[in-house]
Design a protein around this ligand. Structure first.
Ligand SMILES: Nc1ncnc2c1ncn2[C@@H]1O[C@H](COP(=O)(O)OP(=O)(O)OP(=O)(O)O)[C@@H](O)[C@H]1O
Ligand SMILES: [Mg+2]
Length: 244
């Protein structure tokens, strides 16, 4: 939640003839960050309950739809419906392959916009949801939209056979050593490592999934260990994006 809140730019100074409501604006940003972090994983029914709860405590949202249907317009300092971000005249390209057609739905756009902001700021992203809901499609679509001169991407499709050593080797194969113990992506780029289907790796005797433990260690502390020499390897400017 704090990361999402921290992404918001400094509020622009109010124009001389404009009444600026800093408190109301800060409230909007706070509610938005809360809803799209701690409350983001809720499904339909709990989302309705949360909508009621927020509205009981805070009357700042427009009355129509739910609190999940709005984002903060930074320029006008108001809540705007996500729906307005949908392209008005979208048509599919009849000559494109069926499997390549991407229908920009509201769910797709809002998750994509938030995920992209987080990735660009260097924060990891986890996308969850039932099977076949477009998670893989969403992240892959987001990654191709990034400027390839600034970002490199690494896709790891996890399976029951994927081990922690596989994940480490695949990511390290794209890193180069900068100074002792510090590794970063080649070419001065930022790297986004997309790990798909992270629920797949088999559990060990203790019930944990070693590839996920490795990613968690890296995400929380920024390093992992050289398996032969047992010293620390700091893995820099690389962020994980995972889906399950
Ligand atoms: N917005 C969309 N526009 C067009 N097609 C979509 C969209 N969302 C999903 N699809 C289609 O749904 C299919 C399933 O999507 P995808 O493989 O990304 O699901 P998933 O959530 O990753 O599933 P799993 O959990 O099984 O990996 C894709 O082949 C894609 O063509
Ligand atoms: Mg998938």
């Amino acid at each position: 939640m704090c990361r999402l809140l921290g992404l918001a730019p400094e509020p622009a100074p109010a124009l001389p003839d404009q009444q600026s409501d800093i408190e109301g604006f800060a409230k909007m940003r706070f509610l938005f960050a809360m809803i799209w972090s701690v409350c983001a994983t809720l499904e339909d029914e709990p989302r309705r309950k949360l909508d009621n709860w927020v509205r009981e405590h805070e009357g700042i949202f427009p009355l129509k739809d739910t609190v999940y249907d709005y984002y903060v317009d930074e320029r006008l300092q108001v809540f705007k419906p996500w729906e307005e971000k949908l392209p008005d005249n979208w048509r599919y390209n009849p000559s494109a392959g069926f499997h390549t057609i991407l229908v920009p739905t509201m769910e797709f756009l809002r998750v994509q916009i938030i995920a992209l902001d987080m990735l660009k700021a260097g924060y990891g992203v986890l996308i969850g949801g039932p099977t076949g809901t477009g998670k893989t499609f969403l992240i892959q679509g987001t990654l191709v939209s990034l400027d390839s001169s600034k970002y490199s991407t690494q896709v790891i499709n996890m399976s029951a056979q994927t081990t922690a050593a596989n994940v480490q080797d695949i990511i390290e194969s794209r890193l180069e050593k900068r100074t002792k113990g510090n590794y970063a992506p080649a070419g001065g780029k930022k790297m986004i490592a997309f790990m798909d289907d992270i629920n797949m790796p088999v559990r060990d005797y203790y019930g944990s999934q070693p590839p996920l433990e490795l990613v968690r260690l890296w995400h929380d502390y920024g390093y992992w260990f050289d398996r032969a020499k047992q010293w620390r390897k700091n893995v820099k400017v690389t962020v994980p994006a995972v889906s399950r």
